[in-house]
Write a protein that binds this ligand. Structure first.
Ligand SMILES: NC(=O)c1ccc[n+]([C@@H]2O[C@H](COP(=O)([O-])OP(=O)(O)OC[C@H]3O[C@@H](n4cnc5c(N)ncnc54)[C@H](OP(=O)(O)O)[C@@H]3O)[C@@H](O)[C@H]2O)c1
Length: 302
């Protein structure tokens, strides 16, 4: 059964996180009822969503009954898993658990956050698991749309880091330095002429909300989400003019990345080779880096 009732709620997995948070907010702005799934309904991020009008629902991807209850009667489900938190095998298992529960709940429209350029990325763990979930979704019989964001511009603000949550929480206080780290990684990993494919988190929310509102135009679609492709020098210039900070290059970064964070090194090397992605673009303009920066994201004096 397909439930296309747009007055029915959309269940957002990961609603307290970076992508799900933007999806929940975009849906609420568009007037859709939102069920925000979280393991910690009493937490401040859940409270912020409730304040915006979402219904906060306790759900755990390991708990099938909680997922089915959260999806029951929903018109749609947004699904995201954090590879950097759980690794590839778990990402696939948890992504599959969402699909199983969605089927049991009657077959809502599943919008899945997948891997950029997934058809080319063999051996890139951060993308391969997402490709597996995408194949399972396409075979599931569920109505689906797959969004494939590139690197998040928001990482210039340390917003979405490829580290375990406990480390991310520690880094919260050092966001500006984390932006420098992001730039240093780009500078070390991208050849000067290569173009870094970039997406802002807000556009994950906008495209997901659009897909849910336009099922006839989005069923079966896979969209690579790229706002702009920039050389590292472009990104550094834009960062400096928006933040007032100078980009710093850290000696030994390329080697350090390969040794300390090989999965990140593999991902960035893949993106440097294949910034073009592989599927269609979404049917709306996405924010370029300059547009995103012009929106005044950088706090002054920090
Ligand atoms: N950084 C980039 O440039 C980039 C670009 C493209 C794609 N990606 C991909 O983005 C993904 C991460 O997305 P994100 O940044 O939105 O993650 P995130 O901010 O960590 O959000 C994930 C959310 O999922 C929820 N969650 C985690 N485990 C759960 C479980 N077992 N049951 C129920 N809920 C659970 C958490 O909510 P609660 O704790 O409240 O339960 C959390 O808020 C990664 O797979 C990465 O590969 C990253």
């Amino acid at each position: 059964m397909k439930n296309n009732d747009l007055t029915a709620p959309i269940a957002v997995v990961g609603a307290t996180g970076n992508q799900g948070g933007q999806v929940a907010r975009a849906l609420l702005r568009a007037g859709h009822p939102v069920r925000a799934l979280t393991r910690t309904p009493a937490g401040p991020r859940a409270a912020a969503l409730a304040q915006l009008g979402a219904t906060v629902v306790a759900a755990h991807l390991e708990n099938r009954a909680s997922l089915e209850a959260a999806f029951d009667g929903a018109a749609g489900v947004f699904s995201v898993q954090n590879f950097w938190e759980v690794g590839r095998r778990e990402e696939v298992r948890l992504g599959g658990a969402v699909l199983d529960a969605a089927r049991a709940a009657g077959g809502p429209h599943v919008v899945y956050s997948g891997g950029f350029g997934a058809e080319r990325a063999r051996g890139v763990a951060a993308i391969d698991g997402k490709a597996e979930v995408a194949v399972a979704l396409a075979r599931s019989g569920l109505p689906f749309t797959i969004l494939r964001p590139a690197l998040f511009m928001d990482d210039l603000l340390g917003a979405s880091l490829p580290f375990a949550p406990w480390l991310n929480r520690r880094l919260e206080r050092y966001r500006r330095q984390v932006g420098h780290l992001f730039l240093a990684v780009l500078a070390a990993a991208f050849p000067p002429a290569a173009r870094v494919p970039l997406t802002c988190l807000e556009d994950v929310g906008r495209t997901a909300a659009w897909a849910f509102a336009h099922p006839a135009l989005s069923y079966g679609a896979q969209w690579d989400l790229v706002g702009s492709r920039e050389t590292v020098a472009d990104v550094e210039r834009a960062f400096s003019s928006a933040s007032g900070d100078r980009a710093r290059h850290w000696p030994g970064m390329a080697l350090g990345l390969r040794v300390a964070h090989p999965e990140m090194a593999a991902l960035v090397a893949f993106l440097a080779r294949h910034p073009e992605g592989g599927t269609a673009a979404p049917p709306m303009a996405l924010q370029t880096l300059s547009e995103w920066l012009a929106a005044g994201r950088f706090p002054t004096g920090s």
